[in-house]
Design a protein around this ligand. Sequence first.
Ligand code: HEM
Length: 411
Amino acid sequence: MASTLPSFPFARPQAWDPPAEYAKLRATEPISRVKLWDGTTPWLVVKHKDVTNVLTDNRLSKQRNRPGFPEMSPGGKEAAKNKPTFVDMDPPDHMQQRSMVEPLFTYEAVAKLRPHIQKTVNTLLDAMIKEGCSQPVDLVEKFALPLPSHIIYGILGVPFSDLQFLTQQNAIRSNGSATATEASNAAKTLLNYISDLVEKRMQEPKDDLISKLVVEQVLPGHLQPADAVQIAFLMLVAGNATMVNMINLGVITLLQHPTQLVILKSDPSLSPLFVSELCRYHTGSAMATRRVAKVDIQLGSFTVKAGEGIIAATQSSSRDEDVFSDPEMFDILRFAPKERGGRGEDWYQAMGYGWGEHRCVAEPLARGELEIVFSTLFQRLPNLKLAVPFEEIKWTPPKKDVGIIELPVIF
Ligand code: HEM
């Protein structure tokens, strides 16, 4: 059977378009099987209703060390052997650990951070404007990459003087163009650095996430110092590449939809609606939603046996025509109420941040950052344009999460 199954991940045909296989499978075979790099043949669900069912079924596990868990690469299989953090745990351990950091990422907590995020955005844009653009400027390097690192390092409590070095290490770790050894050395450097910081905060706590973990969890004995290091590292790396990608994708999407750019420029308060549609249209972190069955379960008319993997294709469900009208269309007013000229659709149904108990713990922060970026960027740089034709933009490899590697602009 395996030889006749399509290999997965599917490839994007070009630029940001999702793989064509998803629309075909939604219409003809919503529950199917695919073949991975290691010859295993997990199930693939592509419809919104099946994806939500899979991601809320506690008979399915997220523990990567269980036999049959679908891994997407040899590197993933290696990483699965590491001590897990809550992203790879099941109930009750998952919530027990997630709740240690969750209070720092609620909408109320992020509301307090907004002035700091706005200031960071302004500072980066001020520097770009000051340097000018007699030559094309790479928006990734100058803006999209440093912004999320600056914010999360601030939350973790990393001293400002170390920001540049650590941002650079994080970029080497995750940008895909470094060698495997370089990437793994950069990850080790970051881990060692955080380990030292945990040690320092154990001696002298401050007002930051690492101190909170130390004071509330490590010192009373609920958590080992090594676990605090792993959790802090997770917060550092989990959303980094995705944040960078979503900023870049937002810029390019607006430049390719000039009428919608005009609407946003004339009313920057539409930024939250824009961000919701952006995260639906480019479901930018779509490979994490995988499970393995702990027992036999019924999935539609099929039986998934214990030990078989399932991949829930969030990128496909964000374009499911049963849930979103004209899903292939980018519409900044999709989630606006009908009486305000919108489609009145429900933003929460879009899958950019996953679904169920593992839905992104930092969604309010990620949204807050993106909302501030897109209510500010085109106000400060109203003439921002691509410095190369759209066709020359360097995208992430077609089988990886959609993203942009370099974005040369003038303004
Ligand atoms: C636009 C930016 C972001 C997007 C699109 C995004 C997307 C996602 C998605 C799809 C998941 C679900 C994965 C799953 O089911 O396994 C997730 C989980 C997670 N995200 Fe984000 N994320 C973003 C930003 C961030 C940031 C900034 C952080 C950290 C500060 C972060 C930390 C996490 C963590 C720790 C989890 C695991 C949650 C759990 O398993 O309970 N994310 N994210």
